[in-house]
Write a protein that binds this ligand. Structure first.
Ligand code: ZN
Ligand code: ZN
Length: 355
């Protein structure tokens, strides 16, 4: 896969990046700012979010003059998924686990369906990537994996499917599956964003519960009558949690690609800009799409009815509205700890030292 410098959607060009920043923060006086502590000398620096998004490498500490952010390819050493977990993810998972019957269904699925049959179901028509098969895609996965400091190498499969999607499964043998159609119109930074999103599901231990959702959604005949009876309310609660877990994975996607334009570009493609009929006729622009997402967020804020409608419309869906994902991601960049993490301040896991 090339670095796709000629990609019409790429945001490598300074002019397009400037356009994105102008769209995100049209009023220069109202650009949000963050107080970031220098990891070298401890001085707190006030940094405009737009400057960090446009050119993080040139943001320096006002006291010691050293780079405020870690280098673009540096690993987030020992980062814990708690550092970027969306609060809705945790809250809905706690609610899900408290549902009557949850542990019964979970145990049943684990003992009767198991990882092996799920792998067979998922992998029967896919191509395993490795050193001698699509190593370019493996290299992009490695880039995301090393940035997120994930110490193990998941299996990577490419599957032929018209649906632009990617998936993660496997507790014993973590696996990332990429649908080939997703690669048709994404440039490399966007593919890294997708792969890092999937790695985020692994890193944050989403896989077990997501596997359960797959069984409940697609395999009701496997569950038998008891399972079907128990599974209905669980399915609703699982879908709610799955939508929230996407917000955590989107954050991992951004930490893996470290490119706001790439992460938002992927979401735009998922919203409708990846089909040949679109791509052959028009050049989709990120700026109007972000404006559209901001409008929707305002509507939700201003009207409880629209908010209710949005909830109802996504109730049976495993993924939240794309525009809501855009807004949650931007909110994290502007008001959350995204820039703190890139400045080297985040929760870490303790790893045993190898003997
Ligand atoms: Zn400093
Ligand atoms: Zn996901």
């Amino acid at each position: 896969m090339s670095a796709s410098p000629a990609d019409p959607q790429g945001y490598d060009s300074p002019a397009l990046r400037a356009e994105l920043v102008a769209t995100l923060w049209p009023d220069a006086d109202k650009v949000p700012a963050r107080l970031l502590e220098c990891r070298h000398c401890g001085r707190r620096n006030r940094v405009r979010v737009s400057a960090a998004v446009l050119d993080a490498a040139s943001c320096e500490c006002g006291a010691c003059g050293k780079a405020l952010f870690i280098p673009p390819d540096a690993p987030l050493t020992n980062i814990s998924s708690m550092a970027y977990e969306h609060p809705l993810d945790r809250a809905t998972l706690v609610a899900l686990k408290a549902l009557p019957g949850f542990s019964t269904v979970m145990r049943w699925v684990l003992s009767n369906v198991g990882e092996r049959s799920m792998r067979l179901m998922n992998l029967s028509t896919s191509v395993r990537c490795g050193e001698d098969q699509f190593p370019e895609l493996v290299a992009l996965l490695d880039l995301a994996r090393l940035r997120l400091d994930i110490p193990y190498q998941p299996s990577l499969f490419l599957s032929e499917s018209p649906y632009a999607n990617a998936a993660t499964f496997g507790v014993e043998e973590p696996t990332v599956m990429v649908h080939a159609s997703l690669l048709d119109h994404l440039d490399d930074p966007q593919v890294v964003a997708v792969l890092a999103h999937e790695l985020g599901h692994l890193h944050a231990d989403h896989v077990l519960y997501r596997s359960l959702a797959v069984v409940l959604a697609g395999g009701s005949q496997m569950l038998g009558s008891v399972g079907r009876l128990l599974s209905f309310p669980l399915q609703k609660a699982l879908y709610k949690w799955m939508r929230c877990s996407e917000l955590t994975a989107d954050r991992a996607g951004l930490l893996g690609c470290r490119d706001v334009a790439a992460s938002l570009g992927v979401l735009m493609r998922l919203a409708g800009g990846h089909r040949p009929g679109t791509v052959n006729r028009t050049k989709m622009r990120l700026a109007p799409f972000v404006r559209q997402a901001r409008e929707l967020a305002k509507l939700e804020e201003s009207s409880w009815f629209d908010g209710l409608l949005a909830t109802l419309m996504t109730m049976d869906s495993s993924h939240p509205f794309i525009a809501w994902r855009v807004m949650h991601l931007l909110d994290w960049v502007e008001n959350g700890n995204y820039l703190d993490i890139l400045a080297g301040h985040y929760d870490r896991v303790k790893r045993p030292v190898a003997a």
